[in-house]
Design a binder for this molecule. Structure first.
Ligand SMILES: NC(=O)C1=CN([C@@H]2O[C@H](COP(=O)(O)OP(=O)(O)OC[C@H]3O[C@@H](n4cnc5c(N)ncnc54)[C@H](OP(=O)(O)O)[C@@H]3O)[C@@H](O)[C@H]2O)C=CC1
Ligand SMILES: O=C(O)C(=O)[C@@H](O)[C@H](O)C(=O)CO
Length: 281
C-alpha cells in the first residue's frame, strides 16, 4: 500500500523542484531494476537516481512508463559516464543516449558523474551539458563529486551554475565545508551513500537515539540528512526497507540528538576520493 507520507520538495536555482527524498539504484542489477523501481513508485517515492555507469537507465525508464503515474509527477536524475568527457569523446552523443535509453522525454536532472581531475576536461564537458540543457534535453543540470576548486572553475569559466552537487555524505563524512560552499552558490547538496551503505547502522551512538524515538537507526540517519536540508536517495532492494526509508516526515531529531550525530564525523569515505579518482571505463 502506498505511504500517506508527503515528501517535501526543494526548489533548484532554475526554479525546477525536486523531491527531497528519492530512491537510488546503484548496484541494482538491470534485471531487478524495473521491479525495484516499481516497488518504490508504488510505495510513494517520486524521485529516482540512476546513472549511465549503473547500466540500468532503460529499466528505470520502463518502470516510469509502466507505473501509470503521470510523467510530470516523477523526477529522474541520471549522470554522464566517465568515458564521455570531452575532448575526444562525443559528450553530446552520450548525453543523448541517456535521453534515448530512459525514453521518458526530457530528463529532469543530468549530472557530470565525476570531475576526473586527471583527465582535466570537466569545464569543456560542462559546456556540452549547458548546450544540451539549452536544447531542452534536461530540465536542470548539475555535478557530482565536485570539490570547491572544481566548482570554482565552472563558476568562473561557464554560464550555468550547477543546480546540485551530489557528494558522499553520511555521519562519518559530514562534509560541512563543501556543503557550505554549495549553499553559498545556490547549489543544492545531494548526499550519496546516506547510510554509508549500512556501515553506520551498528554505531553504538545511534542505537539510543533510535530507541528514544521509536525508529530504526536508518530512519534516524536519513532524518538527520533531511533536517540538514540535503537531498537523499537511499538504495534498497528489500521492500520493507524501501517502505521504512520513506517514513521520515512524522518525527524530528532534537538539537542534542543532531549534535551526537554530527560528533561522529571522521572525514572517512566509503567511496573514492574525487581528487584521486580518474577511472574511465
Ligand atoms: N554520485 C555518485 O558518485 C554516487 C551516487 N550514489 C547514489 O546514492 C544512492 C545511495 O547510495 P548507496 O551507495 O546505494 O548506499 P546507501 O547508503 O543507500 O546504502 C544501501 C545499503 O543499505 C541497505 N539498506 C537500505 N536501507 C536500509 C534499512 N532501512 N535498514 C538496513 N539496511 C538498509 C541496502 O540493503 P538492501 O538493498 O539489501 O536492502 C544496501 O546494502 C545510490 O543508489 C546512487 O543512486 C551512490 C554512490 C556514488
Ligand atoms: O555509484 C556511483 O555513482 C559511483 O560512482 C560508484 O560506483 C563509484 O564509481 C565507485 O564505487 C567506484 O568504485
Amino acid at each position: 500500500m502506498a505511504s500517506t507520507t508527503t515528501i517535501p520538495s526543494i526548489t533548484l536555482n532554475n526554479g525546477v523542484t525536486i523531491p527531497q527524498l528519492g530512491f537510488g539504484v546503484f548496484q541494482i542489477p538491470p534485471s531487478e531494476t524495473k521491479a525495484a523501481t516499481l516497488t518504490a513508485l508504488e510505495l510513494g517515492y517520486r524521485h529516482i537516481d540512476t546513472a549511465q555507469m549503473y547500466g540500468n537507465e532503460a529499466e528505470v525508464g520502463q518502470a516510469v512508463r509502466e507505473s501509470g503515474i503521470p510523467r510530470d509527477e516523477i523526477f529522474i536524475t541520471s549522470k554522464l559516464n566517465n568515458n564521455a568527457h570531452a575532448p575526444g569523446a562525443d559528450t553530446a552523443a552520450a548525453a543523448q543516449r541517456t535521453v534515448d535509453d530512459l525514453d521518458i522525454g526530457p530528463v529532469d536532472l543530468y549530472l557530470i558523474h565525476w570531475p576526473l581531475p586527471g583527465v582535466g576536461s570537466y569545464v569543456e564537458t560542462w559546456k556540452v551539458l549547458e548546450q544540451a540543457y539549452r536544447d531542452g534535453k534536461f530540465r536542470a543540470i548539475g555535478v557530482s563529486n565536485f570539490h570547491q576548486q572544481h566548482l570554482t572553475r565552472l563558476l568562473d569559466e561557464t554560464d550555468v551554475v550547477p543546480a546540485v552537487n551530489q557528494i558522499e555524505v553520511h555521519p562519518y563524512l559530514s562534509q560541512n565545508p563543501l556543503r557550505q560552499f554549495n549553499s553559498e552558490h545556490q547549489i543544492i547538496t545531494e548526499a550519496w551513500s546516506p547510510i554509508a551503505q549500512g556501515a553506520v547502522l551498528d554505531d553504538p551512538a545511534l542505537a539510543p537515539i533510535a530507541e528514544e524515538l521509536g525508529r530504526s537507526v536508518a530512519q534516524v540517519v536519513l532524518r538527520w540528512h533531511i533536517q540538514r536540508g540535503d537531498v537523499v536517495f537511499p538504495k534498497s532492494v528489500t521492500r520493507a526497507r524501501i517502505a521504512e526509508n520513506l517514513e521520515l516526515f512524522d518525527f524530528e531529531l532534537s538539537d542534542a540528538q543532531v549534535d551526537v550525530i554530527e560528533s561522529l564525523n571522521a572525514d572517512r569515505r566509503r567511496g573514492p576520493n574525487p581528487e584521486e579518482f580518474n577511472w574511465v571505463p
